[in-house]
Write a protein that binds this ligand. Structure first.
Ligand code: HEC
Ligand code: HEC
Ligand code: HEC
Ligand code: HEC
Ligand code: HEC
Ligand code: HEC
Ligand code: HEC
Ligand code: HEC
Ligand code: HEC
Ligand code: HEC
Ligand code: HEC
Ligand code: HEC
Length: 289
């Protein structure tokens, strides 16, 4: 609120207005007497709705009077000229440069009763900029939707499951945000508390192999290895360093040549490696001593 213009009601105009109103109602007697000034208490006699609305939900507009906005009255002043422009009092913010204030603030007597109708994005940006920044930085099909497609009532947060099915039956609407953010839905990130079945919903093979495995990897969570961000794949060395002698490793540069894959370790399928196997076992025993 930058400049609330204090509007003075001219006494003369008021008297003339009151008089003409009374005449309009055909009360010659009253008009002949000393004409009383029209006050805001009078408005309700003929206009029940506006005062009731302001009393119930006037918000900031309770701080001003009917006169501050409606300067004069028909027939003295034509009806169209006593409807104020919002810009009389609201100026100096990006939001106040929008057009069609009454499109959202449907009723000026209940200004915080906001109705969002139609497809709205630009008007939201007069106050919220971060969300658009995210939608742009992480392009997805959500970036092509209007803000009001999801937020059709101001301040309302929609559930993802209003528009999408969960990945598996037991997943609830509250689970989605463990991996997704609405304004960057494809940038999947997560914490350490994701149960394996959440990943298993899409990765059946990895899930089955790991569950069937007899090695110590079996008891590890998917997200213990695949940390923080979807599609992150760790190197074995991140956790195990260089466990075997360099000479041996130069002959078999990939851990998987002997250990197969992380989900299904230690499937020896090459007799050629049997001799190395013994070397390594010896080496490991030595280290442990
Ligand atoms: C005696 C009855 C009466 C009283 C009292 C009265 N009005 Fe009115 N008002 C009318 C009538 C009748 C009209 C329609 C006039 C026209 O359209 O020419 C009107 C029109 C209006 C309009 C324009 C509505 C439109 O359709 O654009 C506004 C605003 C208004 N009044 C506000 C007020 C305010 C504020 C007060 C108190 C200060 C008030 N009126 C007091 C009878 C009254
Ligand atoms: C913040 C400014 C503001 C205040 C305060 C205000 N009005 Fe209004 N009023 C408006 C505007 C703007 C419109 C035109 C609404 C439209 O075009 O839909 C309007 C419309 C009206 C109308 C005609 C439409 C209708 O709702 O019936 C009446 C009558 C009216 N006001 C009466 C009053 C009375 C009585 C008061 C005091 C109790 C009052 N207004 C206070 C801004 C105000
Ligand atoms: C005569 C001056 C005046 C006019 C005209 C006016 N307003 Fe206001 N408006 C105010 C004042 C005063 C406040 C309260 C500001 C505060 O509390 O700091 C206010 C507050 C508001 C609020 C916030 C309410 C709240 O409690 O937070 C909205 C929304 C609003 N106006 C919308 C409008 C719209 C839309 C129009 C045009 C239809 C309009 N105003 C016309 C004076 C006016
Ligand atoms: C697209 C819908 C939309 C349009 C168009 C719109 N507003 Fe708003 N306005 C809002 C929303 C949403 C709020 C936030 C309400 C809240 O804080 O709960 C708001 C808040 C306000 C506020 C109080 C908060 C503040 O930042 O001052 C004022 C005053 C206001 N609007 C005036 C206007 C005026 C004047 C216009 C026209 C120039 C206008 N609005 C156009 C939706 C709209
Ligand atoms: C005049 C400024 C203004 C405009 C315009 C506006 N908002 Fe808001 N919005 C606010 C304010 C102020 C809040 C309350 C912030 C808070 O509680 O932290 C809010 C809250 C929200 C919230 C809820 C935030 C939460 O944490 O629960 C959402 C969602 C939202 N706005 C979306 C929108 C959308 C979508 C639009 C466009 C249709 C829009 N807003 C237009 C000012 C505005
Ligand atoms: C696909 C639906 C969708 C679209 C499109 C969308 N939002 Fe949201 N928005 C949400 C959901 C859901 C949340 C709750 C937070 C979350 O899940 O990340 C949210 C949260 C918010 C919040 C609360 C603060 C925050 O960032 O968490 C604001 C403000 C907001 N949105 C504004 C906007 C604006 C402005 C736009 C348009 C530029 C927009 N939203 C587009 C669904 C959407
Ligand atoms: C109002 C409906 C709506 C809501 C609410 C909504 N979405 Fe969407 N979402 C869509 C639409 C529409 C698409 C595009 C679908 C298509 O074209 O196949 C989409 C696409 C997606 C995509 C794929 C994006 C891409 O570019 O491929 C993901 C991921 C997604 N949504 C996740 C979510 C999550 C998580 C939430 C809650 C935070 C959510 N959505 C809330 C409507 C919604
Ligand atoms: C454990 C993390 C996780 C959880 C929890 C999660 N998602 Fe996803 N979601 C993903 C991953 C990963 C993708 C695939 C992204 C890709 O293709 O790159 C995805 C993709 C999507 C897509 C795009 C279409 C598709 O099926 O590939 C939608 C829509 C979606 N999720 C909605 C949801 C909803 C709704 C919830 C909550 C009920 C939810 N997600 C919970 C990780 C998760
Ligand atoms: C909604 C289905 C979905 C969910 C849930 C999901 N993913 Fe994926 N994941 C995918 C898709 C689709 C791909 C890409 C597959 C491809 O490119 O062949 C993928 C790829 C991967 C990759 C391989 C990356 C690469 O470079 O080969 C890893 C690792 C992965 N996901 C781990 C996980 C983990 C861990 C979770 C649980 C936190 C998870 N995923 C949850 C759908 C999902
Ligand atoms: C995020 C860390 C992590 C990554 C990445 C990882 N591991 Fe492990 N690994 C472990 C942990 C923890 C154990 C169990 C250690 C213990 O209990 O002594 C383990 C155990 C093992 C064992 C012994 C199994 C047993 O049952 O005795 C082998 C062999 C092994 N890892 C090989 C690998 C190979 C090969 C890779 C890459 C394909 C790999 N690891 C990737 C953490 C990891
Ligand atoms: C030439 C085959 C071969 C290669 C290549 C190989 N390993 Fe091994 N690794 C073994 C053998 C054999 C054992 C002992 C298995 C046993 O005791 O049953 C072993 C044991 C391990 C163990 C368990 C150590 C312990 O203390 O029990 C880890 C962890 C391991 N390897 C990690 C790796 C990593 C990481 C790589 C890649 C950098 C790798 N290995 C490459 C053959 C190999
Ligand atoms: C011990 C660490 C570890 C655990 C636990 C683990 N992974 Fe992996 N995962 C890896 C490594 C390392 C790779 C790269 C391939 C390789 O060298 O084994 C991989 C590869 C993948 C891939 C891509 C290749 C493929 O097999 O499709 C997916 C998808 C995947 N993991 C999903 C999962 C899921 C789902 C879980 C839980 C059920 C899981 N991982 C548990 C370490 C792990």
């Amino acid at each position: 609120m930058n400049a609330v213009r204090q509007i003075r009601l001219f006494v003369v105009a008021g008297l003339a207005l009151a008089a003409s109103l009374c005449l309009g109602l055909g009360s010659q007697v009253q008009a002949a007497q000393a004409t009383p000034q029209l006050t805001t208490d009078d408005c309700v006699k003929c206009h029940a709705q506006a005062p009731a609305d302001i009393a119930a939900n006037g918000a900031g507009h309770k701080k001003i009077t009917c006169f501050d906005c409606h300067d004069g009255h028909p027939p003295k002043v034509p009806a169209k000229d006593i409807i104020p422009k919002c810009s009389q009092c609201h100026s100096g913010k990006k939001h106040y440069e929008l057009t069609g204030c009454l499109g959202c603030h449907k009723n000026p007597h209940t200004p915080l009763n906001i109705v969002l109708s139609g497809n709205i994005t630009d008007a939201c940006l007069s106050c919220h900029t971060q969300q658009m920044a995210q939608l742009k930085e992480f392009p997805s099909k959500h970036s092509k939707l209007y803000c009001s497609t999801c937020h059709n009532v101001h301040g309302k947060i929609p559930a993802c499951t209003q528009c999408h099915k969960p990945h598996f039956a037991e997943q609830t609407k509250d689970d989605c945000k463990k991996c997704h953010k609405a304004h960057q839905p494809k940038n999947v990130t997560y914490g350490k508390d994701i149960p394996n079945k959440d990943c298993g919903a899409c990765h059946k093979k990895a899930m089955e192999l790991l569950s069937a495995s007899q090695t110590k990897h079996k008891s590890l969570a998917c997200v213990y290895c695949h940390q923080d961000k979807h599609k992150m794949v760790p190197a074995c060395q991140t956790c195990h360093g260089t466990p075997h002698p360099a000479a041996m490793m130069s002959r078999f540069p990939k851990c998987g040549e002997c250990h197969n894959i992380a989900h299904d370790l230690n499937r020896w399928n090459s007799p050629a490696k049997e001799s190395v196997k013994q070397e390594i076992k010896k080496d490991l025993k030595k280290k442990k001593k």
